[in-house]
Design a protein around this ligand. Structure first.
Ligand code: PMP
Length: 384
């Protein structure tokens, strides 16, 4: 039985042709780290790392110097850096009712240290109304942090409207684009962002273990490093350097990840985000059309194709969702993810807590035939 991979919201698969070879070439023939040594192979690693920062800056319409593109081990690390590095005791932060635990767990930790937060309410589709932010703002609100696209149901927030509102009130705005980077346009300037966190291994099609945080100079100046250590720079001092990216990148970085992500970003640029969006939008419409009128399922969140990504959460009333996911794999080869998807807050908003859902998530490599196969399997496993 061939399998149909519909777990792209967890991590994308397969990776672009040639990426594994690029990583192998680095491991076999370069093998050097950056910022320390000056021989040619180390300069090769320097150059690729700089090129990755430039590609990330271009991809996200980042108007600042590429030195403000900080490479991280992933989105989780980046979100922790933003929250724990920026918020101080006495500060207040706003998040949506759709956040991932990569945001909520650091915030809950911070709340033990005197940081307070409120959730901007979202409707049953998981969408917030930017106007609802105004009454929640306090004199000590320093940060609004939002998940751009829901990892549970694909709902996309109006980041441009929220950014404009934050900019007008001098509140920093940070975006978790874990589910939209590489799927939708994430425009640092148009969204009036102070900070953006992305993983490399989802829509950007890179390997796991690498991601990035993009920071305005003003936000970076107010950010404390999460981890400190050797940077290969300002080595006469035992204090972390002030210069970027070094201040936020201690230790030896994930060079295989850097080479892999630099490769996949070039691939994305060649293909073009417009092409990716057109393909994923067509699959999204096909999937939703196939679900229309089907008894024995409940789709969480938005039922139409607009304002969403290709992430779908289904509840199968009358059936155990974990058993459904297992049957989808063992009988039909459909690979999904069931449960709460590390986002209990989102499930509470959507009315799917605590039972969770079976999540089907599309990617650029998904085909129309695969969507049809998933729909046929859904029809077969539901309790009609
Ligand atoms: N935020 C959201 C919305 C996510 O979906 C994820 C990944 N599931 C993360 C943050 C964390 O990303 P990573 O696991 O790559 O660090």
């Amino acid at each position: 039985m061939t399998s149909v991979y519909l777990d792209h919201a967890a991590t994308s698969f397969p990776k672009p042709e040639g990426m594994s070879q690029r990583i192998k070439t680095y491991l076999d023939t370069v093998g050097a780290t950056i910022n320390r040594s000056t021989y040619q192979r180390a300069r090769d690693a320097e150059w690729v790392t700089y090129s990755l920062r430039k590609h990330l800056a271009a991809f996200f319409h980042f108007p600042e110097d590429p030195s403000h593109v900080i490479l991280t081990p992933g989105a989780t690390y980046g979100l922790n850096l933003i929250l724990k590095g920026f918020l101080k005791p006495g500060d207040h932060c706003l998040v949506s009712g759709m956040e991932h635990n990569a945001v909520m767990r650091p915030l809950q930790q911070l709340s033990q240290l005197g940081v307070s937060f409120d959730r901007i309410p979202c409707d049953l589709d998981g969408r917030l109304n930017p106007a609802d932010i105004l009454p929640l703002l306090r004199p000590n609100t320093r940060l609004v942090m939002l998940s751009h696209g829901s990892n549970v149901c694909g709902t996309v927030q109006d980041a441009a409207a929220v950014g404009e509102l934050c900019a007008a009130r001098g509140v920093a705005f940070a975006l978790d684009a874990a589910q939209t980077a590489g799927h939708l346009s994430v425009d640092f300037s148009a969204f009036h962002l102070s900070a953006l966190a992305v993983p490399g291994h989802k829509g950007l099609l890179g390997p796991a273990g690498i991601g990035a945080v993009l920071l305005t100079p003003a936000f970076a100046r107010e950010l404390d490093p999460l981890v400190t250590g050797g940077t290969g720079s300002v080595s006469d001092s035992e204090l972390p350097p002030l210069c970027l990216p070094d201040r936020f990148e201690p230790g030896t970085p994930n060079l295989p990840g850097i080479y892999g992500l630099e490769f996949s970003l070039q691939y994305l640029e060649t293909v073009g985000l417009e092409t990716i969006m057109a393909h994923e939008n067509a699959l999204t419409a096909q999937f939703l059309q196939g679900l229309r009128g089907l008894s024995g399922i409940r789709l969480a969140g938005i039922s139409g194709p607009a304002g969403r990504t290709g992430v779908f959460s289904l509840d199968f009333p009358g059936r155990d969702n974990a058993e459904v996911a297992d049957e989808l794999e063992t009988r039909y080869g459909i690979l999904t993810r069931c449960g709460l998807h590390c986002a209990p807050s989102a499930h509470k908003t959507l009315g799917t807590f605590p039972q969770g859902t079976v999540r089907f998530s599309l990617g650029f490599s998904t085909t129309a035939a695969e969507v049809d196969a998933a729909l046929a399997a859904i029809r077969a496993v539901r309790k009609a």
